[in-house]
Design a protein. Structure first.
Length: 467
């Protein structure tokens, strides 16, 4: 049941928040031993929240547009009193004394928080591999990755742990689970959703099964909060206004990132077919030349390596030994990087921002792959695991983090062996609603074989049983 249908059912009393909570807990109980999506799970607290919501609906006084709807929050989104280890066994977790703005908005709207979902070490892996949590697995097939770093949020969304999930994204961490799990997601414009820890390129956003649910959730998450000094000014947006006139729309088709790995033919075909669908409806589709370069991607990668090296080097030796070896190898490259070199990397990020805005400005929406590869083995930290190629899969996603532009994902098909293929739909800065409208139009008009038939939790098997 989508969040929109769920709220309508609460309103007409055909379903209660407590019944929904019980059903979702049954799904979680069946799936969680295999999927490993939760860091902290709060069944008693969430049941109390569901009962309180039921009373409000009975009185005809819901708190907000998601009152009674199950929600999960990524572990790096502060919940007062809940430790935040960032997926890392080597650090002493921060225990926040206050909620993040996102947490407050969810609670103020009556959302029933089921718990905090997992992430890999420091959020620097595009998988569900964590030194603290172990391996998080795909509901489609536990042998496949969820993507990351919003690995637990993605698994929870695809498995049906309720309809609304929040992840964070600094290079693709919402959209990569989106493509590899068949989800509808949005990395919003920079500053659209207030954060309690802003950082260059970082944002938070929804992972859902439908675009309409992502839009509904944006109405909650995008409410202003003065704690984020980088947030956009408040504005009135009708997030439910998803109708789109496609005729005359200017659509860019971006099939070559200019850096990273080669795009798999099945993925390229799915994006091309989606563009043809827009063109058949009257859109003007034009190819976009690559605007990223290997140097831009490599210098951003080095910038992140130095950042993580600083965190790693500050730990005592016994704690360093607990961190995922892949992360240690990756960040150690940054150990001897000089100040002038880091400044060069920062300036390259600004060049990436300028190049992305300039290349995409002529278009109302740009269609591209999310990643060049389909889902890889769950035990593998990255799509390209060998040293030096760690970030070769984010050439299509990371430019929009650095430019601050909105970018959504929608499932557009499946590989020959059943792995989901998402497309990315990006737009001009601050046109989050326009991106969601394009995503919703495609979702409604995509071919039947591209529509996800969500995994059935009753038949979920351990990876060993599938071998």
């Amino acid at each position: 049941m989508t969040a929109a249908r769920m709220v309508a059912a609460f309103a007409d009393r055909s379903v209660s928040p407590v019944e929904v909570h019980e059903a979702v807990q049954e799904v979680i109980g069946a799936c969680e031993p295999v999927l490993n999506a939760f860091w902290v799970r709060d069944p008693e607290q969430s049941l109390a929240a569901a009962r309180a919501s039921e009373k409000r609906w009975t009185a005809g006084e819901p708190l907000g547009p998601i009152d009674g709807v199950p929600v999960t929050l990524k572990e790096n989104l502060a919940r007062a009193g809940v430790p935040m280890p960032s997926g890392n066994a080597g650090i002493e977790p921060v225990v926040p004394t206050a909620n993040a703005p996102i947490t407050d908005r969810v609670l103020e709207s009556g959302g029933v928080v089921l718990g905090s979902t997992v992430m890999p070490d420091w959020g620097m892996l595009s998988s569900g591999v964590s030194s603290l949590h172990g391996i998080t697995r795909s509901p489609w097939n536990p042998q496949w990755t969820t993507g990351g770093s919003s690995s637990g949020a993605g698994a929870a969304a695809a498995a049906g742990y309720g309809p609304l999930h929040v992840g964070s994204d600094i290079g693709g961490s919402i959209r990569l689970p989106g493509t590899w799990l068949g989800l509808a997601t949005l990395k919003p414009s920079a500053g659209r959703i207030p954060l309690d820890a802003p950082y260059l390129g970082r944002c938070a956003g929804p992972l859902t099964r439908t675009v309409a649910d992502a839009a509904l959730f944006m109405g909650v998450l995008s409410q202003p909060d003065p704690r984020d000094w980088t947030s956009l000014p408040p504005e009135q947006t009708d997030w439910a206004a998803l109708d789109l006139q496609v005729r005359g729309l200017r659509v860019g088709l971006h099939l070559d990132a200019g850096c990273g790995g080669d795009v798999e033919p099945e993925i390229s075909r799915a994006v091309t077919d989606a563009a043809a669908l827009f063109e058949a409806a009257g859109a003007h589709v034009e190819p976009i030349a690559p605007f990223m370069t290997p140097d831009l991607l490599d210098d951003l990668d080095l910038f992140w390596r130095v950042r993580s090296w600083n965190d790693y080097a500050a730990l005592p030796a016994d704690r360093q030994a607990r961190i995922l070896p892949y992360i240690v190898t990756w960040c150690s490259v940054g150990a001897d990087t000089t100040g002038p070199r880091i400044l060069e990397c920062y300036q390259q990020i600004m060049r990436m921002q300028a190049a992305t805005v300039a290349a995409t400005q002529p278009y109302d929406v740009v269609l591209s792959p999310v990643a060049p590869v389909s889902a890889f083995p769950a035990e593998q930290p990255m799509p390209y695991p060998d040293n030096g190629r760690g970030m070769r899969h984010i050439g299509f996603t990371v430019p929009y983090n650095m430019s601050g532009q909105p970018a959504a994902t929608v499932n557009a098909g499946f590989t020959h062996d059943g792995r989901p293929i998402g497309i990315q739909l990006s737009g001009r800065r601050f046109d989050d609603l326009g991106v969601l409208r394009a995503a919703a139009w495609y979702e409604q008009h995509r071919p039947e074989p591209a529509v996800p038939r969500w995994p059935d939790h009753t038949s979920l098997q351990e990876p060993a049983q599938l071998a």
